[in-house]
Design a protein around this ligand. Structure first.
Ligand code: NAP
Ligand code: MG
Length: 397
């Protein structure tokens, strides 16, 4: 490796898996160069959460990061870890610094059949992670009266519109998005479609929301002009349709495309798509910034329930697949950026070894009831990782 990979360690069961993955599957094979940031909750507390900001800035500097799942503190964690403050979600902090879009895709294998039987290839959801209802302002209308939308420009301009003349009590919501954020979202989606050579679908409800949702469509159309030639060269397409039409087409599709969704649609649809593909433990996640910086991670959390068992000395069978694929994704991206074919080749071999292991029926417990056509042989986390290592050594020999 020539340029370091930004390595962000995390919490609980995934922190245990992180070390096992590095020791067994990475360090024996790769001359690994990382810049290490410990985003485990104790270290975040000790540094007043500066470590998270530093890690995000390092991702911007070097262009590729790999992150372990981390605890987002709540009231219970405040006492459990005796925190000085209820620190914000590290993912939220990293996302706002990189200004990225989150792409989530399932790891699919032949013996786990999606609930939707015509889905042959993974469907990637690209969720716009800014604004709309997640940053909205809400009021209760106490009784009869007029609700208005008002804009006072710094240039002295003034616009207003009546939302509703209430005859009785009701509710009101005001939400926004910015051209800048929508444009970043569009760039990230087109770049990711090119990188992964997949068609891009985008859906909103612009027949109903003729200004708000229409602005998303207009910006995507405008940004697409910069990528159109490259799309044609690669034989991939950009396709815009209404959200309800998209839902119907997704269900009837064979998969194998990226579905770009507004914030709320992405929140809801990613849970539907991931569940329909099988298991949260098999879902990868990558944050892509409009400048082309990448941060890879598993979509699941720190698997607390398993960690408490582990602390009591019980055996756990936690699935490391999504965390291994975060590593392989990041190493491959580093290889592509730095022109290191060996490194990209190693990433392929590592993923291949994971697939070999699952194909032989060696699985963690969460997959046992999902497999068809193969007799599953459940093992613990360490056993699963060692089985992958044996197959990786064979592939690399
Ligand atoms: P979770 O860690 O994703 O786990 C929820 C349940 O899903 C587990 O109890 C387990 O089910 C199953 N599961 C998830 N990943 C698995 C894996 N790799 N192998 C086997 N089973 C797996 O979600 P959570 O329990 O709601 O959250 C735990 C902590 O993670 C919280 O502190 C939260 O803040 C944090 N979190 C972090 C991220 C992130 O860093 N990106 C994302 C989400 C949550 P069974 O118990 O039935 O086996
Ligand atoms: Mg959700």
């Amino acid at each position: 490796m020539t340029v370091p990979l930004v390595e962000m360690d995390g919490d609980e069961m995934t922190r245990i898996l992180w070390k096992m993955i590095k020791d067994e599957l990475i360090l024996p094979f790769v001359d690994l160069k990382t810049e290490y940031y410990d985003l485990g909750l104790p270290k975040r507390d000790e540094t007043g959460d500066r470590i998270t900001t530093e890690a995000a800035l390092a991702c911007k500097k070097y262009g590729v990061g790999v992150k372990c799942a981390t605890i987002t503190p709540n009231a219970q964690r405040m006492t459990e870890y005796q925190l000085h403050q209820m620190w914000k979600s590290p993912n939220g902090t990293i996302r706002s610094i990189l200004d990225g879009t989150v792409f989530r895709a399932p790891i699919t294998i032949p013996s786990i059949h999606p609930v939707v039987k015509n889905w042959e290839k993974p469907i990637t959801i690209a969720r716009h992670a800014y604004g709309d209802v997640y940053k909205s302002v809400e009021l209760k209308a106490g009784g009869p009266g007029t609700a208005k939308l008002v804009f006072d420009g710094e240039d002295g301009s003034h616009e207003e519109a009546v939302i509703q003349q209430f005859q009785g009590p009701g509710v009101i919501q005001g939400m926004h998005n910015s051209d800048k954020s929508i444009r970043s979202f569009a760039h990230s989606c087109f770049k990711y479609a090119i990188d992964t050579r997949q068609d891009l679908w985008f859906s909103t409800k612009d027949t109903i929301s003729k200004t708000y949702d229409a602005r998303f469509r207009e910006i995507f159309d405008e940004v697409f002009q910069q990528y159109k030639a490259r799309f044609e060269e690669l034989g991939i397409t950009y396709f815009y349709t209404l959200i309800d039409d998209a839902v119907a087409r997704v269900i009837r599709s064979k998969g194998g495309f990226i579905w770009a969704c507004k914030n709320y649609d992405g929140d809801v649809m990613s849970d539907m798509v991931s569940t329909a593909f099988g298991s949260l433990a098999m879902m990868t996640s990558v944050l892509v910034s409009p400048e082309g910086n990448y941060e890879y991670e598993a979509a699941h959390g720190t698997v607390t329930r398993h960690y408490y068992k582990y602390l009591q000395g019980e055996e756990t069978s936690t699935n490391p697949m999504a965390t291994i694929f975060a590593w392989s994704g990041a190493l491959r991206q580093r290889g592509v950026k730095d022109g290191l074919e060996d490194l990209a080749g190693f990433a392929d071999a590592l993923e291949g070894a994971c697939f070999d292991t699952l194909a032989e029926g060696i699985v963690t417990k969460d997959l046992v009831n999902l497999m068809e056509g193969v007799t599953p042989r459940p093992v613990n986390s360490a056993g699963f990782i060692l089985a992958i290592r044996e197959r990786l050594e064979k592939r690399l020999a």
